[in-house]
Design a protein around this ligand. Structure first.
Ligand SMILES: NC(=O)c1ccc[n+]([C@@H]2O[C@H](COP(=O)([O-])OP(=O)(O)OC[C@H]3O[C@@H](n4cnc5c(N)ncnc54)[C@H](OP(=O)(O)O)[C@@H]3O)[C@@H](O)[C@H]2O)c1
Length: 296
């Protein structure tokens, strides 16, 4: 039995639907079982065990993900991204469950030029990245039966994300300006959710997928401007954007933000690919499938 924590967020909802579709037994919680409250986590786990279906896996999708807001809200962000995962790791250890947790490209400073590997030195530059990095450390110190998956540039059916924002702006405006000096890999939450189910199956099937840090994004890397251009091209082709809209490149400096976003966010996925023996879908193929099947 899987405990899916943060089941109402973007990735959590996608995972919830996929587990349902694949017939994998699971129970989901979100804010009603507060991850910053270790007692609440313990009580929920005990109730489940008392009902005769103890959790064998915990997947944690709960997090503080408002990157800019985090700069003025470091305490809450730390409670959610560092203490919360630590509490979950301790709960998992107590009940003997395996844990899957998600982290981010923001643990790196983004000044690299080669895809980041799992053991490259971390150097977060903002509160969100720092609290997520510390969350990784807390988890690894508390529970070695943990798989931490770092991902980046997520979009999906649920919640605010770049694809939804672009589609809305492209319908409303004659032009949109998008930054061309940040590079990364757009990642469909469905593809990541699918990789998680494959990881669980591999571990349960006895494959040597050891608990560790792994990277997962869609294949390929581009700038936000390139991504917007492709959203526009595919959106027009599919009739999702009824009128013309110019997509213009600009620099991050033109959008003053509280936090500097990594200029280079590309993650090396070789370790995950080798461990699971999977092909990772290309970002543009996944975008097309997403727009065709998930956007009304
Ligand atoms: N989104 C991205 O582009 C991205 C990129 C890289 C890594 N990640 C990582 O991927 C994971 C999933 O991200 P996401 O975008 O799916 O996150 P999300 O949409 O923000 O979902 C997080 C969920 O956690 C819930 N939550 C907040 N406080 C909680 C608490 N105290 N106890 C229990 N649940 C609580 C949130 O509820 P409320 O909505 O009510 O706050 C929300 O439902 C996170 O670890 C994130 O750091 C995301």
């Amino acid at each position: 039995m899987i405990w899916l924590i943060g089941n109402k967020g973007m990735l959590g909802t996608e995972l919830s639907l996929l587990l349902e579709k694949k017939g994998i037994p699971h129970t989901g919680t979100d804010r009603e079982v507060d991850i910053t409250d270790p007692a609440a986590l313990g009580v929920f786990a005990e109730k489940q065990a008392a009902a005769g279906q103890p959790f064998t896996w915990i997947i944690n999708c709960a997090a503080y993900t408002a990157v800019d807001k985090a700069e003025g809200d470091a305490e809450t962000c730390g409670r959610l991204n560092t203490d919360g995962p630590g509490n979950i790791a301790e709960t998992a250890k107590k009940i003997g469950a395996r844990l899957i947790h998600f982290s981010t490209d923001y643990v790196f400073n983004g000044r690299g030029s080669q895809p980041y590997k799992e053991d490259d030195p971390t150097d977060p530059t903002g509160v969100y990245g720092l609290t997520k990095r510390d969350g990784e450390r807390r988890i690894l110190a508390a529970n070695d039966a943990t798989w931490i998956i770092r991902t980046a540039w997520l979009y999906g059916r649920y919640g605010n994300n770049f694809v939804h924002t672009m589609l809305r702006l492209m319908k409303e405006r004659d032009s949109v300006s998008v930054v061309k000096d940040q590079r990364g890999s757009p990642t469909w939450a469905y593809d990541l959710a699918n990789a998680v189910t494959l990881l669980i199956a591999a571990v349960e099937g006895g494959k040597p997928v050891s608990p560790d840090i792994y990277h997962y994004t869609n294949e390929g890397n581009i700038t936000w401007f390139d991504f917007a251009q492709e959203i526009y091209a595919q959106g027009r082709k599919l009739g999702l954007i009824p009128k013309a809209c110019a997509v213009k490149p600009c620099a991050s400096a033109e959008f003053p933000a509280k936090v500097t976003r990594p200029a280079y966010s590309v993650l090396d996925k070789g370790k995950m690919q080798a461990a699971l023996g999977i092909e990772i879908p290309a970002w543009d193929a996944s975008l097309e499938q997403y727009l065709r099947t998930c956007v009304p």
